[in-house]
Ligand binder design. Sequence first.
Ligand SMILES: NC(=O)c1ccc[n+]([C@@H]2O[C@H](COP(=O)([O-])OP(=O)(O)OC[C@H]3O[C@@H](n4cnc5c(N)ncnc54)[C@H](O)[C@@H]3O)[C@@H](O)[C@H]2O)c1
Length: 162
Amino acid sequence: MVVWQENITPGRFEGQAVIVTGAASGIGRASAVRVAREGGRVIATDMSGEGLDKLVADYAELGFVYTVSKHALIGLTRSSAVMYGRRGIRVNAVAPGGTRTNIHAEFKSQLGAEVLGPLLQANVPPIAEAGEVAAGITFLLSRDGSNINGVVLPSDNGWNAV
Ligand SMILES: NC(=O)c1ccc[n+]([C@@H]2O[C@H](COP(=O)([O-])OP(=O)(O)OC[C@H]3O[C@@H](n4cnc5c(N)ncnc54)[C@H](O)[C@@H]3O)[C@@H](O)[C@H]2O)c1
């Protein structure tokens, strides 16, 4: 197995400002740190996860809520890319596979565990570090990604191809 190592490109984000949501933890945190280490200005935002915890507790079938929210995000990404592209604002999304963060991947329903559990056990590639996902995110944010707009980029070690 190839061990991933972070390669900092000094000055890659010089003169750029990047807004990172969910910057207190996990992939957001790793992306914010990477942009900052490469000379960018980071506007970091986050909120307490308490509201989310409550949502999880309130909806036993949260798996459905999760899937719906991710599809909404794809639509939002594409729509925003079209609306704001001519103003020099690019909007892309990254779809991570299993990544070591603070997120807990427990099934909230018996149906979810029964249907998805065996599939995940059979097919999940090795868990990525947050910084590895952040590396793909910062590529999209950098000037090297200047011609890339409205895409959903999987960063999952090929999981989506299984
Ligand atoms: N870790 C994984 O294996 C994995 C896999 C697939 C997708 N994802 C997705 O990647 C994204 C980041 O996940 P992570 O693993 O870094 O999780 P994480 O829990 O480590 O970090 C998420 C951060 O976002 C913050 N946050 C939550 N809602 C917010 C809001 N409305 N506004 C601002 N901040 C908010 C939380 O307080 C937390 O600091 C999530 O959308 C998650 O569903 C993660």
